[in-house]
Design a protein around this ligand. Structure first.
Ligand code: KG4
Ligand code: ZN
Length: 355
């Protein structure tokens, strides 16, 4: 079976072909350069860019993969949560393709796709615990199977990526700054007294990162020398003080993620693996801290390669194909779901032949 995946939920326009659980080809156009001019994603511009890029990417995908459009068996699309205007472009593009090709349409939950993306590299052992850490979400799920997710905890305010990006902006690092905070803090000992525990000691499974953001703002206000003059992306060099600031931010986020993940694993001893996904899963300190913790308690840590951590269409096609094999489809009434609203399980379930 060949499934086409379409991803336009934020600022990446991406299309991918997956055949029988294996990647055939992906084409992606990132809008990072455009939005970094504004210090954050401008939704209106993001929608227009998706509209400009989608058709050309589809043509290039077919040309470069050598797959004829007539060979595509189904079209899967990220239907939310995300920026509504951006999602509408992708959903309508996918509907047009499905109608034109005469194939089935599958609306995919973007968050579930992130968490199952690692399955394209190696088998995920279920039940799994899923930690999704991105620019918009910090969620912990119990995942019984690829189709059964239970939310255990979530951020009460900012997402982990949002906190990292804001901490970066305070010292004039380019947007999105998470990767710069990661890079500049590497190999540097964090100062644990700088930033508060981000609810790490709190008994529940919810996260909070707004206190970290405020503490970072207070720290930079008291130490204005930390701020970089505006520099091009490649030219960023850190003073020793800035390196400690970055390492300490990384550490504060990692400590919070570790505490809540460990608590969830203790509460669900049946869990066999921890899956970490989303853009922040690319962070080297977070990867190291969570891998070490899992090793200690005998749970398998599954953190995908960087390109599968951030937004991509491979994960949409991969989950879409799994849903198609189970007979989970949508019709042309499929709706996009904006951030903050739950994504409904409104697919039709049809009997399919085994195999
Ligand atoms: O999943 P994602 O690509 O997009 C959504 O938010 O849906 O995540 C983007 C987030 C941004 O906050 C970005 O700064 C962060 O992931 N990020 C990182 C790293 N690479 C990307 N944060 C920390 N360390 C990194 N290496
Ligand atoms: Zn995402």
């Amino acid at each position: 079976m060949i499934c086409l995946g379409v991803e336009t939920s934020c600022d990446e326009t991406a299309l991918a072909l997956v055949r029988d659980g294996r990647l055939v080809k992906e084409k992606m156009a990132s809008q990072e350069g455009l939005h970094s001019l504004f210090g954050g994603v401008v939704p209106e511009l993001a929608s227009r860019e998706h509209l400009r890029k989608a058709q050309a990417l589809f043509t290039a995908l077919l040309d470069e993969s050598g797959v004829a459009a007539s060979r595509i068996d189904c079209v899967a699309v990220a239907r939310g949560p995300g920026l509504l205007g951006s999602l509408l472009v992708g959903v309508n593009f996918a509907k047009g393709l499905a109608l034109g090709l005469g194939v089935r349409l599958i609306g995919v939950n973007h968050l579930h796709a992130h968490l199952l993306a690692a399955g394209i590299e190696r088998e995920i052992l279920f039940p799994a615990l899923g930690l999704l850490v991105s620019g918009g979400h910090t969620h912990l799920y119990l995942i019984e199977s690829p189709f059964e997710f239970t939310l255990l905890g979530r951020t009460l305010d900012d997402a982990a990526g949002e906190a990292l990006d804001k901490a970066a902006k305070l010292v004039n690092l380019p947007y999105p700054g998470g990767k710069f905070i990661d890079r500049l803090g590497q190999g540097v000992t964090p100062d644990e007294s700088l930033f508060p525990g981000t609810l790490a000691a709190h008994a529940g499974l919810d996260f909070s990162f707004s206190g970290l953001k405020s503490a970072a703002a207070r720290h930079v206000a008291a130490h204005p020398g930390l701020r970089l003059p505006r520099l091009p992306e490649e030219g960023v060099a850190a003073s020793p003080e800035l390196a400690v600031y970055c390492a300490s931010i990384n550490h504060a986020v990692a400590r919070s993620l570790r505490a809540k993940t460990l608590r969830s694993l203790e509460a669900h001893p049946q869990v066999r693996s921890l899956v970490v996904a989303g853009g922040v899963a690319a962070n080297s300190m977070i990867r190291a801290v969570l891998t070490k913790m899992c090793k200690k308690i005998g749970v398998e840590a599954i953190i995908p390669q960087m390109s599968l951590c951030t937004d991509n269409a491979v994960m949409i096609a991969f989950l879409g194909e799994r849903m198609a094999r189970k007979g989970l489809f949508h019709d042309m009434s499929l709706e996009a779901v904006p951030r903050g609203r739950p994504v409904p399980n409104d697919h039709a379930c049809e009997a399919v032949e085994a195999g």
